[in-house]
Design a protein around this ligand. Structure first.
Ligand code: C5P
Length: 236
C-alpha cells in the first residue's frame, strides 16, 4: 500500500492458524474479501515445494538435497483475484495440481525439515511486508508474523474436521469413507505437530484469539475476526 512501511504492513496482517480442515481457507477468503486484501494460503507454498521435489525425484529423507532444491525454486504467489491465491513455479501456475492424495501424503515430510521452513518463512515475510495480507498456516502467529496485531486460532474437533473434508472429497468425485478421512486427519495433525507450529489450542500464540468453530457458522466466525481486527487496528 502506498505510504505504508514494511513494519506497519506486517503489523496490519491477520494471522490465522489451526489444524488441518479447521476452516482457515474459508474464513481467510471471506476476511480477505471483506477487508480488501489478499488471502495468502501458506499451505500452497509447502504443497508446491512437495510437487517440485516429487518431479525432481529427490528422496524425501535427503534433507540437504530437498532444502537445496527448495532454496533454488522460482516460487511465486500471485493474486488474479484477492481471495484466490495462485502459486507459480517459474511461469507455470501449479495451483490446480496441489490437492492430490500424492501431495497430501508427502507434504508433511517436506514441511518438517527446519531449513525448508526457514526459507519459506523468509519468503512469506517478504511478501507480507509489501502490503497487508490475511495469512493462513500453522506457524503464522507463532513465527512468521509474530508482530501481527490480529492473530486468530481456529479449532474444531477431529470428527467435525473429517466430516468437512469428506464433503469436499465426495464433491470432487473421490470415494473416501468417514473413517479413512478421520484417520488421515489425525495422522496429519500428528505429523505436523513439530517445531513452532500450533496444531492444538494450547500451542497458539499467547495473544491469539481462540475460536472453536464446531458450533459456529462461517459468518459468525468471520464477524468475530473482523471485530478483533477493527479493535486492534483503530481507524481502519
Ligand atoms: O494448510 P494445508 O493443509 O494446505 O497445508 C499443507 C501442509 O503444509 C500441512 O499439512 C503442513 O505440513 C504444511 N504447512 C506447514 N506450515 C504452514 C502451512 C502448511 O507446515 N504454515
Amino acid at each position: 500500500m502506498p505510504g505504508m512501511t514494511g513494519t506497519e504492513s506486517l503489523a496490519r496482517c491477520i494471522a490465522i492458524d489451526g489444524p488441518t480442515a479447521s476452516g482457515k481457507s474459508a474464513v481467510g477468503r471471506a476476511l480477505a474479501e471483506a477487508l480488501r486484501v489478499g488471502f495468502f494460503d501458506t499451505g500452497l507454498m509447502y504443497r508446491a515445494c512437495t510437487l517440485a521435489v516429487a518431479r525432481a525425484g529427490t528422496p524425501l529423507d535427503d534433507e540437504r538435497a530437498v532444502t537445496a532444491l527448495v532454496c533454488s525454486l522460482p516460487l511465486d504467489m500471485r493474486w488474479p483475484d484477492p481471495t484466490e491465491p495462485h502459486v507459480f513455479l517459474g511461469d507455470e501456475d501449479v495451483t490446480s495440481l496441489l490437492r492430490t492424495p500424492e501431495i497430501e501424503a508427502k507434504v508433511s515430510l517436506v514441511s518438517r525439515i527446519e531449513d525448508v521452513r526457514v526459507e519459506l518463512v523468509r519468503r512469506q515475510r517478504e511478501i507480507a511486508s509489501r502490503e497487508p495480507v490475511v495469512m493462513a498456516g500453522r506457524d503464522i502467529g507463532t513465527r512468521v508474523l509474530k508482530e501481527a496485531r490480529t492473530k486468530i486460532f481456529l479449532d474444531a474437533s477431529s470428527e467435525v474436521r473429517a466430516r468437512r473434508r469428506l464433503g469436499e472429497e465426495l464433491d470432487s468425485g473421490r470415494t473416501s469413507t468417514f473413517d479413512e478421512v478421520l484417520s488421515a486427519t489425525r495422522r496429519r495433525d500428528e505429523l505436523d505437530n513439530t517445531g513452532d507450529r500450533a496444531i492444538h489450542p494450547d500451542q497458539r500464540a499467547h495473544d491469539a484469539l481462540l475460536i472453536d468453530t464446531d458450533a459456529l457458522g462461517i459468518d459468525e466466525v468471520v464477524a468475530r475476526c473482523i471485530e478483533a481486527y477493527r479493535r486492534l487496528n483503530p481507524g481502519t
